[in-house]
Structures are given as structure tokens and as C-alpha cells.
Design a protein around this ligand. Sequence first.
Ligand code: UD1
Length: 370
Amino acid sequence: MTDTILITGGAGFIGRYVARACLERGHRVRVLDSLIEQVHGDKTQADRLDPDVEVVVGDVRDETAVLKALKGATKVVHLAAEVGVGQSMYAVDRYVSVNDYGTAVLFQQLIDNPVERVVVASSMSIYGEGLYRDADGRIMEDVVRVPRTREDDPWDPLDAQGRALVPVPTLEWKKPALASVYALSKYVQERLTLTLCPAYGMKGVALRLWNAYGPGQALSNPYTGVLAIFASRLHNGQPPMIFEDGQQRRDFVHVEDVAQAFVLALEHEKAPGGVFNVGSGVDRTVSEVAELLAGAMNRPIAPEIAGKARIGDIRHCIADISKIQQELGYRPKKDFSEGLAELAEWVAHQEAKDLVQEARKELEARGLVA
Ligand code: UD1
């Protein structure tokens, strides 16, 4: 069946790939996007969007713009959000306003103009620290990071006896542990969707995304994902700046695989009501990805290790993707080295303003790097 899919935040990095994937499936696509400067620079045009996409320029908090964008829509993908964990810890009003009030305005309009399905981009950040295994083989769910007080304190969380805990893939049943304003705001988005959809005869789905990367990620936004930040630094001949000791683990998932997950969430009969992890299923340290990216870009510049943590960051969270694989048939296709080679090739032809030092100073001035 052909749908008219509204993608909020659809001119953004992930949105453009979701839009393309939906068009390829034969759907009509409309995008609502405010084209904010931090992400889009001073461009007022939604360039890089497929010409077949209809664009409504407007803020998700503006009910008139939302109403206009919803006209005739049969499904919604809700991506409009502020995305920086570090920045969320000082731009609190903006993050709560865009992410939570924005979702509230969207649903206020959906109550009178319901669609069949709403898929919301939630985040792995809602888990806080992921699942860990202790020295006796027990799975630990409530691990929290204790702030380091001495230089030689370990970065990794320890159990009550001071023994090292080992990160293991995190499953959807893990209780949320909201360590940043960003995480809190994403959890609110997720819950608003899963609470309001069934109340008004709509089907809600939440995708908990891990670290998306790929060509097209905003290179001049110092609060974007770490791979785009590192790419921008290397492109400008600067060392990537690594927080902590670089051994923190994440799952880097190619944006085309993220788009695949959105299509499944929009179409699959088993998706409604569900929350699904979206990752690649392979975890890596931040140092490792810095090194691999420098290699792919042919810029052999050693990273700078800050030895300080960004307040609000979690240490390790890695993805268990078996639920989305088994229930929706998700298959991540992009091999990491192939993805990095593509990213490097794209970056080589881009201009990237390096604003990372300014962003770090901003966090430091507020005591948010310690
Ligand atoms: C990212 C996304 C978030 C998404 C989540 C899902 C961004 C800005 N954030 O959060 O929207 O919901 O993934 O997993 O895309 N780091 C450095 N140096 C830097 C920047 C970051 O070492 O210059 C480190 C961070 O301290 C952290 C890791 O890299 O340990 C990942 O950071 P980041 O890319 O901001 O991702 P998340 O916080 O995981």
C-alpha cells in the first residue's frame, strides 16, 4: 500500500536517508523541518533532499506548521530533535522545548488528525550505562558511573568489591537510567508516542538508535556524532579530541541500516507497540574508530586524549539487536570499513568548519568536562 509519510526533522542527516528509503518503497514523502543553523549552516534551502520530497519549512513546536504538514499524511516518522548530549546539559530549555514540547504539539495535532502509525526516534542514551557482567558472571542492570576523584581512578565501573565489570549487549528490557537532559527528553518522546498512539487508535513504534554515521552528517556542528566530529578535525589537519581514555564502547551503525529499520517499523505488522534497539551488532571503542577513520581518510594524525569526561556521557552501552532481527527481519548490511571508506570519500569533497575547540571551551567554562 502506498502511504503519505510525514518525516519531522526530515532534512536532517537521518531524515534524508529515511526519506530516500521511503520513496524507493513507492511512498509519498513530506518533510517538516526548521532547517536550524547549527545543523544546516546558513542555508535556507533543504538541499540534498530528493526533489520528489515535499518540504514544509517550519518548527515542530508551531501548531500551524504541524497541521499543514499533517494534511493527508497516513504515517509519521518523528525525528525532529536537538541531538547533542553535552549541549543538552546547558541548553536545557531549548532541548526540553524542542524535544518534548515539540512532541507534545505534534500529538496535540495528531489527536484531531490521526494517522495510522507513528514511528519515533528514541535513543540508546535512555539506558544510561548498558548491561554489564560481574566477575561471578551475573548480569548487572543498575550500574552507574561514579565520578573519578583521583587521576588513577579507573574509568570503568566497578562492583561493590572493586572488581571490574564487563559491558555486555543491552536488551530492550533494561530499565531506563537517564543520565543527561538529552536522554530524559528522548524518553519523554518515546513514552508520549507509546502512550498516546493506542489511546487514539494509532500504532506507535519506538526505535532506540545507537550511534548513526555516514556521508551527510553535519560536519560543522561540534555537537554532532563523534565520527562526523573526528572527520571534520582530520579533514582540517587537526587531531581528533577523545574524551576519557578512549576505551568507551558504542555501536556505530550506518545510516542506511538505520533507514532500513525505519522502513520496517513503518511497514511491518509486528512493529506496533514495540521498542526496538537499532545498531550494527558490533561494538567498538572510540579510540579504535578514531584510528580507523584516520586510516580511511589517509590522515595519519594521532588523536589527543583529553583524560576528562563529558558530564552526561555514559561509559559503555552496546546493542543487542536480536529483537529487531527476529521480529522485523532487520539485517544490518554495511560493513564498518566500507562505511568508513564511503564517509572518507564524501568528506574529502566537503568544507568543514572546525568548531570543536570552541565547543569544548563552552563545556569546560560550565564545568561540564571533568
Ligand atoms: C549519540 C547521538 C545521540 C544518539 C545517540 C545514540 C549525537 C550528537 N548524539 O550520542 O543523538 O541518540 O548517539 O547512541 O549524534 N566523543 C569524543 N570526542 C568528541 C565527541 C565525542 O571522544 O569530540 C566521545 C564521547 O565522549 C562519547 C562517544 O564519543 O564517549 C560518543 O559520543 P557522541 O557521538 O556524542 O554520541 P552519544 O553521546 O553516544
